[in-house]
Design a protein around this ligand. Structure first.
Ligand SMILES: [Zn+2]
Ligand SMILES: [Zn+2]
Length: 260
């Protein structure tokens, strides 16, 4: 028995079956593929340009294009695609939709980012050809200070690493400073909360204000391996951490003494 589209009355053919009682054209008109808001907000740190998406902070790969990168990631996180299955209508993320083609283009305009979304895919498997859709989303930045930048600007540190030694010429001091800074940069790629908040250059050596204490210990180990430094660690009780139910708080000092 031949079926008819209940919307427009067109009869189905072998090449163009009805989908959920609708002809191919009416089905497309009633079931948009892309589900998205016209506007979204992007949380981005005004200092380090890290952005907060999917409950995580992400470091930008390019500082100059950070807002566009953040807008793109935020749109990808918000976009949903309609999928009509025997179990009913689902809205899925792009990577969950089979055969979906998606492209995003970003254009910065007046402090915001316009994101052009182009998608090609089927909502229902009985569709003869994929739907092609295009829409634009405005991504508005919300400039905030991330927790790490807040701690950094407050000079937060769990430990002080003191590098000392009779052989600390200005050149040697620079060499060691650079080495430790590069090491901290590498560690920071895996742990945003690992940083040097301040470096004091002294005649007798270097004082590095470091977070967390583990990073200061790893730096000291590096000085031991590279230069045969002798390590002494001391902890001074500085109070109770009320946020953590009265856990005792210590300021750690790590002394790395280079051999003469
Ligand atoms: Zn129809
Ligand atoms: Zn930040």
């Amino acid at each position: 028995m031949r079926r008819f589209c209940y919307r427009c009355g067109a009869s189905e053919t072998e090449k163009s079956p009805t989908v959920q009682g609708l002809c191919q054209t009416c089905f497309v008109n009633e079931n948009p593929l892309i589900i998205a808001p016209a506007e979204i907000e992007v949380n981005i740190c005004s200092r380090c340009k890290a952005y907060f998406i999917d409950k995580m902070w992400h470091e930008p790969t390019n500082m100059d294009l950070a807002l566009e990168e953040a807008a793109r990631a935020a749109v990808l996180s918000e976009l949903r695609f309609a999928q009509l299955t025997p179990a009913g209508m689902k809205s899925l993320r792009n990577h969950e939709v089979k055969g979906l083609e998606l492209s995003l283009e970003t254009k910065p305009i007046a402090g915001e980012v316009i994101v052009d979304v182009h998608a090609r895919g089927k909502v229902h498997e009985l569709q003869v050809s994929p739907q092609v859709e295009h829409l634009t989303i405005t991504a508005k930045p919300r400039w905030i200070t991330c927790k790490v930048c807040g701690l950094l600007s407050a000079g937060h540190h769990e430990a002080i690493l003191q590098v000392r030694g009779k052989i600390m010429s200005p050149e040697k001091r620079q060499e060691i400073k650079l080495m430790l800074e590069q090491f901290a940069e590498e560690v920071r790629k895996k742990d945003r909360f690992a940083f040097i908040s301040k470096i004091d250059e002294k005649r007798e050596g270097l004082d590095l204000y470091v977070n967390p204490a583990g990073l200061a210990r790893r730096m000291a180990s590096l000085l031991k391996v590279k230069f045969g430094a002798e390590i002494v660690e001391t902890a001074k009780l500085i109070g109770m951490d009320r946020d953590r139910g009265g856990v005792r708080k210590f300021k750690i000092s790590v002394l790395a003494r280079l051999p003469d």
